[in-house]
Design a protein around this ligand. Sequence first.
Ligand code: FAD
Ligand code: MLT
Ligand code: ZN
Length: 471
Amino acid sequence: MTVDLAVRLRDVVGPAGVVDDPAGMSGYLTDWRHAYSGTAAAVVRPGSTAEVAAVVALCRGSGVAVVPQGGNTGLCGGAVPDSSGRQVVLSLTRMRRIRDLDAANQTVTVEAGAVLRSVQEAAAAAGQLFPLSLGAEGSCTVGGNLATNAGGTGVLRYGTMRDLTLGLEVVLPDGRVWNGLRGLRKDNTGYDLKQLFIGAEGTLGVITAAVLKLYPAVRSRTTAWVALPDPRSAVDLLGVLRAHAGDRLTGFELMSRQSVDFVLRHVPGARDPIAGVHPWYALVELSDTLDDAGLDAVVESGLAEAFERGAAVDAVVAAGAAQAAALWALREGVSEAQNREGPSLKHDVTVPVSRIPEFLERTRRALADAVPGIRVVTYGHVGDGNLHHNLSKPVGGDDDAFRARAPELSRVVYDVTHALDGSISAEHGLGQSKRDVVVDYKDALDLDLMRGIKQLFDAPGLMNPGKVLPD
Ligand code: FAD
Ligand code: MLT
Ligand code: ZN
């Protein structure tokens, strides 16, 4: 970065808004898993949309690439700069205001750097619900959620971030501000431009604010932990509970025994809810807007039918909020627990729910053939078809040997996913980790159209280069 650009950036955001000393920048240059690291000319922290626009225009004028970053909890290296030392990380974390909450319209307008949990809390304070929920909600931001089209545990009932968004404000790669901040549920005046920025992982512009949908607050909740004989039973149980609870089935997560073992080993205070060892578990949540919705009776009738069909072998229904939280902690603890088992390979795939058993059987066989003793850590949002099918090295295995096999092992998972009409990324995105491999699993015309859109928005290729689009 030239001295002139550094001076001009400081003029825009103030001296404290530009961080360029190695110690100050370090937290922005490595991802949550320590799987990706880069270097940067500077980290710039604007405090308003006008400042973001000025920073982007200045960088563009100097031919400097910009890497947007929110909470830096992404799992595919999308928010980490390259190793040239010439890119600027644009952190949105100072832009965290809740600009407006319109209870009658059931919308909240928030800045992109707002932490997801703060948006949930603002909604709750107004007697409403913002339903996006994920393990990183205490540190991920709305901008990151939008840029990755985040999913999480409520998708079954409420959809992904795309479904929860009505409007966006975006600074385009040339510094112009696109104001699409409207809170309308119906608008048929042409192309729905906001959808281009959702899931674009910062390659088409910097999201600075959004209008998000709210829902009535949940007043009763029932959570159950169910032991299953096999994955087919998970699909069966899902169908049974849907039939009993309808839309009140708001969470359905799967966990393999391997995932549970990792959590029991690494998360302090974690306890096995059910005696004995079972190969699979489902974490089930029913919720309702009524105070006394009789959800325990609904889940119990569903479970009774599942036991009769042999789709469940044991179950615990949480006796209160504390026990429910402990069950959810088992589920949310897997990412952190797996990190502690050494290098891991993440796969956030999706297949049609009906094909999950076949997916698991085919990958199990192929992975065991490739690396005897490999630990397959499967868990995730089975209610919407999305599995986290992660891999850890065999017990006592060598870290580097495992890392060297990574591309080949990912191919095993992706080939089966593709053969079953699935997608190689259900929620984390392509970032750096999947951008090269996607060419083998996405239609060439899809990729051509994506390149055309990138060219239209960002011909010089300065907005988060090296992410999403294969060279
Ligand atoms: P970052 O990591 O900072 O950035 C992610 C991407 O978005 C990057 O490409 C970045 O350039 C871009 N970006 C960030 N802000 C902007 C902006 N304002 N404008 C344009 N582009 C931007 N994800 C799920 O979908 N479901 C889960 O259940 C889930 N669980 C997780 C659990 C844990 C423990 C962890 C660590 C992560 C989990 N994630 C999950 C992944 C991650 O939390 C999400 O992808 C989240 O949406 C990222 O938000 P962030 O603010 O941290 O974004
Ligand atoms: C989750 O659902 O816990 C995350 O998306 C998965 C992960 O960390 O791989
Ligand atoms: Zn997930």
